[in-house]
Ligand binder design. Structure first.
Ligand SMILES: NC(=O)c1ccc[n+]([C@@H]2O[C@H](COP(=O)([O-])OP(=O)(O)OC[C@H]3O[C@@H](n4cnc5c(N)ncnc54)[C@H](OP(=O)(O)O)[C@@H]3O)[C@@H](O)[C@H]2O)c1
Length: 341
């Protein structure tokens, strides 16, 4: 495992973060513990969760508390809490009773809009949400607490003051944002600076090897673009995390990729050319597209971007984690960088 130093405390952070979104819901406790143990045995110390993972899975039995609850059990059983840099997120929790469902219990996405029902980032909501997360996680602090969504119905001042109070109480060590545009991130940081509050020091958006097509629409989610990358070059103190780095499996060279819902945001000649280069380098190195894309992202340092590894089965984790052993040459990195239109 490779590491970089981050934050006031010069913490040693692994260049790969383990995403636990589907643990305890889609993935069994046994499979999840095996992945967590393996990650730590390889030296990984950076883990991502949230207070809403993963309410949308299953047929009505999952509430969004599953991932944090499972992690709490794992910390307790392994005594590993203080060895991990733990990220959780608040703001996108929902009341399961509001979810509109199909007769078979799955979410009826045609009628249910979670953005209308998220708990949001008000001054009363945040401390309660963090306390509930801490209880589930069986810990008394989060290393990093992210605002999961950009909640524009609440003034940034209110949200930032609430996070600052929790930071002063020692319940959260760093604050950050997810699904936030660059201008909002800078605005939030300025407000915190002016008030002497804990500033957003982490940003977590979607990012991968592929570049979205022109006019791609991610709705209220946010894909990291050149503007944020440029901003972060000048703000290396802000930790940059990439969620969905494998774009739900569409990097892999298989016939089904075009049926994945994300595909339409990437359907372009640029994408086809980048996928061709990715596949060629995967063949040359005896690896696969997912591992090469992760290795490419981890090799980058200006600005650094930490992939949050996603998987829905233990075998996928075991496959993807081999990206740690991939050493791309500078020529291969250049080819990957310059592929496309
Ligand atoms: N801040 C946010 O808003 C946000 C949003 C999303 C995720 N996250 C974080 O980021 C983490 C990763 O996100 P993600 O799950 O969306 O990641 P992802 O990079 O899109 O990958 C996950 C999906 O890709 C497919 N996949 C992965 N490895 C594979 C393999 N070896 N072979 C075949 N298919 C493979 C699987 O699809 P199938 O399940 O279809 O097989 C898997 O569910 C999450 O755990 C969470 O911690 C944060």
């Amino acid at each position: 495992m490779k590491y970089f130093e981050w934050g006031k405390e010069n913490q040693k952070v692994s260049t790969l973060c383990l995403g636990t979104m589907l643990m305890g819901s889609v993935m069994s406790k046994e499979e999840s513990f095996l992945a967590l143990d393996d990650f730590v045995s390889r030296g990984g110390n950076f883990i991502d969760t949230a207070n809403n993972y993963a309410w949308w899975t299953g047929t009505g039995q999952n509430t969004g508390e599953e991932s944090e609850t499972l992690l709490g059990e794992w910390f307790k059983s392994r005594g590993s809490r203080d060895k991990i840099i733990l990220v959780s997120k608040v703001g996108a929790g929902i009341d399961p009773k509001t979810v509109l469902r199909n007769p078979d219990g799955t979410v009826d996405w045609n009628r249910y809009d979670p953005w209308k029902n998220y708990q949001g980032l008000g001054k009363d909501t945040i401390p309660k949400a963090v306390d509930s997360s801490l209880k589930r996680l069986k810990t008394d602090y989060l290393d990093i607490c992210l605002a999961h969504i950009d909640c524009r119905s609440i003034p940034l001042e209110e949200t930032l003051a609430a996070f600052d109070l929790l930071a002063r109480q020692g319940k959260i060590r760093h604050v950050g944002a997810s699904n936030m545009q660059t201008w909002r991130l800078e605005e939030a940081r300025q407000i915190s600076r002016q008030n002497g509050w804990a500033p957003y020091e982490v940003i977590q958006n979607e990012y991968s090897y592929l570049r979205p097509r022109q006019n791609a629409d991610f709705g209220n989610f946010n894909h990291t673009g050149p503007d944020l990358m440029d901003y972060l070059k000048a703000r290396p103190e802000v930790l940059n995390m990439a969620y969905s780095p494998l774009l739900k499996g569409i990097l892999l060279n298989n016939a089904n990729r075009e049926s994945v819902y994300l595909w339409k945001q990437f359907d372009s000649n640029d994408t086809r050319q980048r996928l061709e280069t990715l596949s060629r380098i995967a063949r040359e190195t005896g690896s696969n597209e997912n591992r090469i894309a992760l290795a490419w992202m981890m090799a980058r340092t200006e600005p650094r971007i930490v992939p949050v590894l996603g998987f829905s089965r233990l075998e996928q984790y075991m496959d993807n984690i081999q990206s740690m052993e991939v050493e791309l040459t500078s020529g291969q990195i250049k080819e990957l960088d310059s592929a496309g239109e």
